[in-house]
Design a protein around this ligand. Sequence first.
Ligand code: HEC
Ligand code: HEC
Length: 289
Amino acid sequence: MNLFQSAMFRLFAVGFILEVDAGPTTATKPPALDLSSFTRADFEKAIATVGTNKLRPSAERVLGSLPSYSSVRPGGLTEEELSGYMRKASQLFETGEAVPVADVSLDSSLDAQVRQPMLNYVSFFTNNAVDVYLLVQKPLNQKKWNHYSIVRDKTVSPPIAYYADVLPDKIHFKGAECFACHASGPRIIRPFRPDLLSDADQARQINDYITEQEVPPLHFPADEPRVEYGGALTMKRCAKCHSDSADRGPLYRVHGPSIRALVEYGHMPPKGALAPDELTQLEDWLASK
Ligand code: HEC
Ligand code: HEC
């Protein structure tokens, strides 16, 4: 299955990484992730802690399918139905029926914390009504794996993206917390280093799918309505792809940690690094009120 439409994305597909000397850290620049002594063997050992029974090989089902949805009705899926899909994905993972890709991700924490490596399992499921993404994640140095989900409700046009924590006893829909890194719905799987990825082919298929979808409007739960995020980033080098009229939604200051991480590691903009004066312009905007 080849879902690719834009050759450009190949440029920053999984495995492409630039080594950047982060230089001295300043108040606005968080410390770089240091994984220099973390080997592929360490990675395999760390991801196995999720339970090897959950990782049965299943070569054919790269994109997991769900039973199709029949009761189409106007107004989109209910919270109960959305929760049901998220719960189902989480259970399929627990019983070894998902086909997850594991990696150590790049922009793994907010500026407020020291950046620490995150271990991720990303699984994808789809049917005629929804695309379900499941993230099973833990900080490298912690024990507990947490489940998060993004669901695109495709029964409405345009589809709407929902974010939630998948907790043992409930599905907790979230807004701002997830929006801070997910400005436009799902993100591509981008390992910190090419060898910290369990299956590059499968990651590419999921990434192809993510990049070819139009950016969905994002749902903010009723108890947590969307706030005013201030002015959007207007720098041409970014806004040509990140604005209301472009492929990705606008970026705000709240996206600072993701912006810094992606720029710092040479992923954004996808072509041609920012010149020093452009970097200064970006930092000034991030630091302004
Ligand atoms: C600090 C930044 C950050 C925050 C906050 C964050 N995410 Fe993510 N998320 C990421 C990154 C980066 C990836 C891609 C990870 C990889 O390379 O595997 C990701 C991946 C995911 C995925 C897998 C599908 C995809 O987009 O690749 C899901 C599901 C997900 N996140 C859900 C959530 C939910 C729900 C929240 C809020 C509770 C949240 N995330 C908050 C950074 C973040
Ligand atoms: C040629 C188009 C293009 C340009 C130019 C571009 N981006 Fe992106 N950007 C993308 C695409 C496509 C994604 C989503 C896929 C991914 O995660 O790489 C993305 C993702 C991001 C994200 C993660 C949030 C999201 O929307 O998923 C941030 C933050 C970001 N870019 C910042 C920037 C900044 C800052 C600049 C300017 C310095 C920039 N980008 C320039 C295409 C672009």
